[in-house]
Design a protein around this ligand. Structure first.
Ligand code: PHE
Length: 456
């Protein structure tokens, strides 16, 4: 029965450890690399507002749902959902939600690790003073030359996957929890140092204005979908990562409180990163809409021109690597748990198998920047395609099914019990929000972006 189910993979030492690990999973390249450039591409303020709404109306309820499912199922995402459905006499096919999550986490990690590898390379480039005094052309040339070399990208990709495998292979407490306990606080300290540095540019309030002054003319239907997809991506939702981490949460912990902390921390890091990055961009006469190259092309120009830029640039990229790393380990865990349960193999073996598969797929992303830059599918290269497929399709769709399953399909007393919210008014807030707001918000944005409302 659900009450007595135990995870074969272990447990966090405390609720705090869970919050830390889940926040480490949430805060990553999405917050520091992706959020600033998609905000830049979509005109800033108005996009940020839509993103915040998505976090509130979709992210919050779903985060609670996903932790709830993990803790009740206590297995890999597929088996967890299948067991819960069975307990409640519901169709076992709901387990497809878990399958979609595992597939999404596998695909995401394959490209995530390549980009994290860029950041690692840039720690050294910056540390060796390669940006000092350079102009925009030479910094662009450095970046272009770097990504044109598949061997360099494969080298860093291998290092990131290698360390990720090493940590995950050590298990929930000795591996994941101890790594995050040490890395997450370090990342926060570095971030705060960098905002201090950005405040010193004299352009801090231009950064604030860019992020918070809404200009709705710049927002497209595609921009809404990007904001929704990003809300999923940044909170690590619908990939099974949060469900896995939820499977290791001690029974008595309050899920709602944990979810609130994770959301506050994740949103704060995204906004604070924006406040660290945009002032430096403006102070050096650069534009914020550079796309994925924003922090690898635009920002190094700024570091190259600013006082102590070599030190702060290096700290910036170290922060990025740490943030990415605590997310990478959470992306590996669902596949590892699935392999262990499915093939009845040891954690070490499962982690190595999963690592090899993800490493191989990552080569596709590496080659998107050099050997096969052309179109892979739908006018996108392999990397853009994976990014679009995961963030804009698989995650929203998986999230939609998941919220329907928890809020509509599971009996009320089950969710009420698992959330430890018997008779609480907050329970009703979660339930009605999850029934009537979250699924419709996802649907409207999703269909809207396909152009289905054109002409209304
Ligand atoms: N949330 C992470 C980020 O913002 C990415 C991630 C997605 C991690 C899904 C785990 C699962 O970078």
């Amino acid at each position: 029965m659900a009450e007595t189910r135990q995870s074969i993979h272990g447990q966090w030492t405390s609720r705090f450890a869970f919050i830390l690990a889940a926040t480490g999973a949430a805060v990553g390249l999405g917050n520091i690399w992706k959020f600033p450039y998609i905000a830049g591409e979509n005109g800033g303020g108005a996009f940020v507002l839509v993103y915040l709404l998505c976090i509130l109306l979709v992210g919050g309820p779903l985060l609670m749902s996903e932790i709830l499912l993990g803790r009740r199922g206590r297995q890999n995402p597929i088996n967890s959902i299948r067991s819960i459905a069975k307990d409640e006499n519901r169709s076992k096919y709901w387990a497809v939600i878990g399958l979609m999550g595992i597939v999404a986490s596998f695909l995401i990690l394959s490209y995530y690790s390549v980009i994290a590898g860029w950041a690692l390379d840039y720690v050294f480039k910056s540390g060796m003073g390669q940006f000092a005094g350079q102009n925009a052309q030479s910094i662009d040339a450095t970046f272009d030359k770097f990504i044109a070399n598949p061997w360099a990208l494969i080298f860093w990709h291998t290092i990131i996957i290698g360390f990720t495998v090493f940590v995950v292979a050590r298990g929930v407490q000795k591996g994941i929890e101890s790594a995050v306990r040490f890395m997450f606080p370090l990342m926060v300290v570095l971030l705060l140092i960098l905002v201090g540095y950005a405040m010193d540019t004299g352009y801090f309030f231009k950064g604030v204005e860019f992020l918070f002054h809404p200009d709705f003319a710049k927002l497209t239907p595609e921009g809404f979908l990007t904001a929704l997809g990003h809300a999923f991506f940044t909170l690590s939702l619908a990939t099974g990562s949060i469900m896995m981490y939820g499977a290791y949460v001690p029974k008595q912990s309050s899920i709602a409180t944990a979810a609130i902390w994770i959301i506050i921390a994740d949103t704060a890091v995204a906004l604070i990163s924006g406040l660290a990055i945009f002032p430096m961009v403006f102070a050096n006469g650069l534009v914020p809409s550079a796309g994925p190259g924003l922090i690898f092309q635009t920002l190094p120009i700024a570091f190259g021109q600013m006082g102590f830029g070599r030190i702060f640039g290096t700290l910036f990229f170290i922060m990025l690597v740490i943030a990415a790393f605590t997310s990478a380990i959470s992306l590996l865990e669902p596949t590892v748990a699935w392999l262990m349960e499915r093939l009845k193999i040891m954690r070490l073996q499962a982690t190595i198998f999963a690592g090899i598969g993800i490493w191989l797929l990552g080569i596709g992303t590496v080659l998107s920047f050099n050997a096969m830059p052309g179109h892979f599918l739908f006018g996108m290269n392999f990397f853009d395609f994976l990014d679009y497929l995961t963030a804009n399709i698989l995650l929203p769709l998986g999230g939609l099914l998941m919220i329907i399953f928890t809020a509509w399909v599971l009996p009320r007393h089950t969710t009420e019990d698992e959330l430890n919210m018997k008779g609480k008014v907050y329970y009703r807030l979660w339930l009605y929000g999850s029934r009537f707001i979250t699924p419709f918000a996802i649907l409207v944005v999703f269909l809207g972006s396909l152009g289905l409302f054109n002409g209304f």
